[in-house]
Each structure stands twice: as C-alpha cells, then as structure tokens.
Design a protein around this ligand. Structure first.
Ligand code: CMC
Length: 426
C-alpha cells in the first residue's frame, strides 16, 4: 500500500491515497471524497487542484523551472526549432531526422487554407479582433475538413493541419484586415520564415528574410509552446472532455487565451508601457496604483499563478529582446520604460512580499513590436505558439482512462426554497 493522507471530519477518519509525481509534486486523491464523506472541496481558480496526471510539461514555480518532456526550456530555446519542439510535445520524444522531415512535409502539404474560407475572412468587420476571427475560423475548419478528423490513423494529419493552417490563417487575417493581397505559404521556407513572409511580403516591397529575426520568432514560439494546466489548456481539456471535435476544443483554448490576465497580457503590457511613456515616462505612479487595493489596476506582465520567482521564460525573452533591438539598430523608448519599471518594481516591498516578478509577456511584447507585428495580433502570436501544447494535452486526455467529463461542483449560497409570486403581486 502506498502513502495515504488522513482526513478527520467530526471525529471520523478517512484515508485517501497519495499520488506521487516523478518530480515530487504529490497529490491527495480525493476522487472518492463525496461518495465516502458527503463533502466536496472548495478551491476557487483550482489553485490546489490537479485535474489530470500529465507527462508533458513540468514546472516548478518556486525554483523557476520549466521542462517539456523532461528537457529544460533553456536547452530548447538554445538548440531547437519550433517545429521540432512541437513534435516533442505532441509525440513525446525528439524526432529523428527522418521523423522531422516527414512532419515538415506534412506541415507543407497542409499549409493552404480552402479558398472558400476567404469569404469568411473578407466579411468580418474591419475592426474585428483577430482573436475573435481566429477562434471562429478554427471552429469552421472542422466543417471544411470533415473527411479527415480524429480517426487514429489520421491524427497526425489533423495535428499538422491545425499547426500549419492556423499559422496561414493568422497571416491571412492580417493581410485582409489591411486590405492587402494575401500571400500564400511557400514550400521552400521553414515554418517561422513562412509566417513572416506571409505577413510582410508584398508586390511593392518584397520581404527579406533575416535569420536572426526568424530565430527570435522560433524562440518566442518555443517559450509559449506549453505551460501545463494554464487557463487556456484547462479550457481545451474541459471542452474536449465532452468529446467534442478537436477543432472546437482548440477554439475554446483560443477564446480563453484572449483574456488580459492570460494571453492578452502581452498586448496589455505594451499598452501600459505606452501609457507610462505618454504620461512622461515615470513608472512610479503606476507602481503606486498597482499597490492600491481600491484601484483595479495591476502591473501587466508581472505576477504568475505558479511562478513565485523570475519566470524562466522571461529571462530568455529579455535576451532575445536585447538581440533583436541591437540587430535592428532600434532604440525602443518603451524598452527604456520597461527597464525602469522592472528595476523599481522588483525593489519595491509590495512586489517582494507578493513574489511578483516579470513574466514572459513583459518582454515578448517589445520583441513582437520590433519584428513589426501589430499590437492587436500579439495574442494571436501567443495562440500559434501554444497550439502544440493544446494539441498534446488534448491527445494525452484522449488516451487517459481518467479523462472524465469535467463537471465541477459548487457550494450553493443562494436563497432556500421560496414561493413563486405572481407578477401583479410582487
Ligand atoms: N500587480 C499588482 N498586484 C498583483 C499583480 C500585479 N500584476 N498580480 C498579483 N497581484 C497581487 C494581488 O493583488 C494579490 O494581492 P493580495 O494578496 O494583497 O490581495 C496577490 O498579488 C495575489 O494575486 P492573485 O490575483 O490572487 O494571484 P493569481 O495567482 O490569481 O494571479 C495573475 C496571477 C497572472 C492573474 C496576476 O499576477 C495578474 O493579474 N498579473 C497581470 C497579468 C499578467 O501579466 N498576466 C500574464 C500571466 S503570464 C502568461 C500566462 O502564462 O498566461
């Protein structure tokens, strides 16, 4: 018999099994709690609840560790490509050269978007947010590719199709939103170079692919590729648990990511830095506002549910940021504001006491801006990066006998039974 935990309610003891993770994160298995005791647990935001066993990503928020399939994020950011990292996450191992070639060919083969889908794009209002467009288009994808869906032998094609087409659709929506001609994917370009080319090439100004910028994008996407049970991944698992098709589950992830507390933070960071800059460049009043409990304002790009130290992704992103700005020979005034803000915030007792450090979004916004990505596309960039994570988590759920329909409980605190009163008597 393994380890157990004892719960005592009104003097009666109950034993619950302990599940031991490979890295020492142990969980009390309370799946039989309600049946045995009549009690449920209360855990807002699931801060203390694990909903699955997973072998995809390990994070240690206290030590600032992040690993995909056991491999440290620092090594992947240094040596891997986004396509290779995607393969690692989805298939569970680093690909051999021939596996990687086959996967890359698949990505190329499935990179085009059905021409009929363009009508959808063209009819969204001009000011539509690209995240709204992307989530709708991903749901619609299923209807265009009904033939090849989730049968076992077609899974790899479905995954490649999602990875490749979402990238094409993102670039396409940008071109259409500007009233420009769509640029099609090219088979001779890598995944990231292809995206940049589809975004920025034009008949009047051909885009020159710069390997350093391509590398910056590779790293940005590698850093975002998975982050275990975050809000959008939990949304993918939750919606997927109803056994809906994968496109609908991924679309739910995109919607969850849109929020400023999650993936929308990179856009919110740049907006905040701009606000500071426009108000004279002094971050102090903003830091004071973030500390004021009567003010809902928070420092965007600071804090994390799991990391209680420096986000390891932020460290890498900061280096990428310096490199990109040096390469482009640009001085971004918002970077100066960001540096001043960071220096002041990390010395401030409030931020120290609350373990609030810069997260990945703090620097990624500046990198995206330098590459030329428009502000309202920032969260879409995060979504493309998170896709392999969502896919791998959905896939893991699919093979997990414990992937039950998500159906949390609640503690009802409303009125007790009362009489219906007719409208004229109210
Ligand atoms: N600025 C000021 N105070 C903050 C901040 C912040 N950015 N973040 C947390 N706090 C305070 C909060 O007011 C609370 O204080 P107290 O205990 O005195 O009431 C305490 O820290 C804990 O906050 P919480 O909201 O309970 O913590 P959480 O784990 O739910 O929040 C978070 C995590 C990311 C939602 C939050 O830190 C936040 O809103 N950050 C700004 C948005 C942001 O940068 N999001 C990107 C996250 S990284 C990308 C990703 O992985 O999705």
């Amino acid at each position: 018999m393994g380890k157990t935990a004892t719960l005592i309610i009104d003097g009666k003891s109950y034993e619950f099994p302990i599940i031991e993770g490979t890295e020492g994160d142990n969980a009390i298995d309370i799946s039989s709690l309600r049946a045995r005791t009549g009690f449920i647990t209360y855990d807002p935001g699931f801060a203390n609840t694990s909903v699955c066993k997973s072998s995809i990503t390990f994070m240690d928020g206290e030590k600032g560790i992040l690993r995909y399939r056991g491999i440290p994020i620092e090594d992947l950011a240094e040596h891997s490509t986004f396509v290779e990292t995607s393969y690692l996450l989805i298939m569970g191992h680093l690909p051999t050269r021939s596996e990687l070639n086959r996967f890359s060919v698949r990505l190329n083969d499935h990179s085009l978007v059905h021409e009929d889908m363009r009508h959808f794009f063209e009819n969204f209002p001009r000011r539509a947010h690209p995240m709204g467009i992307l989530s709708s288009m991903v749901t619609a994808l299923r209807e265009f590719y009904r033939g090849v869906l989730e049968e076992e032998e077609n899974l790899e094609i479905t995954f490649a199709r999602l990875l490749s087409k979402v990238r094409t659709m993102a670039a396409m929506s940008y071109k259409i939103s500007r009233g420009h001609k769509v640029v099609y994917p090219r088979h001779d370009l890598t995944y990231c170079a292809n995206f940049l080319n589809m975004m920025f090439d034009s008949p009047v100004r051909p885009y020159t692919i710069d390997p350093d910028i391509v590398r910056a994008l590779e790293v940005f996407w590698i850093l975002h590729a998975d982050h275990e049970q975050n809000c959008s991944t939990a949304a993918v698992r939750l919606v997927g648990s109803a056994r809906v098709n994968i496109y609908a589950a991924i679309s739910a992830g995109i919607c969850a990511l849109w929020g400023p507390l999650h993936g929308g933070a990179n856009q919110a960071v740049v907006e905040m830095l701009q606000q500071i800059y426009d108000s004279g460049g002094d971050p102090m009043p903003f830091i004071e506002r973030a500390k004021d409990k009567s003010d809902p304002f928070r420092l965007m790009g600071f804090g994390h549910r799991v990391y209680k130290t420096y986000d390891p992704r932020a460290k890498i992103m900061k280096k990428v940021c310096d490199k990109v700005l040096a390469k482009l020979g640009r001085k971004d005034p918002l970077l100066d504001v960001a540096q001043r803000l960071e220096e002041m915030a990390i010395k401030d007792p409030y931020f120290i006491d609350h373990n609030l450090y810069p997260n990945v979004d703090f620097y990624s916004g500046i990198v995206l801006r330098a590459i030329g990505i428009p502000l309202n596309m920032f969260t879409v960039m995060f979504a493309i990066g998170r896709l392999p994570g969502w896919i791998s988590q959905w896939k893991e759920g699919r093979y997990d006998p414990d992937w039950k329909l998500y159906r949390p409980r609640q503690v009802y605190v409303g009125d007790r039974e009362r009489e219906y009163v007719y409208i004229d008597e109210r």
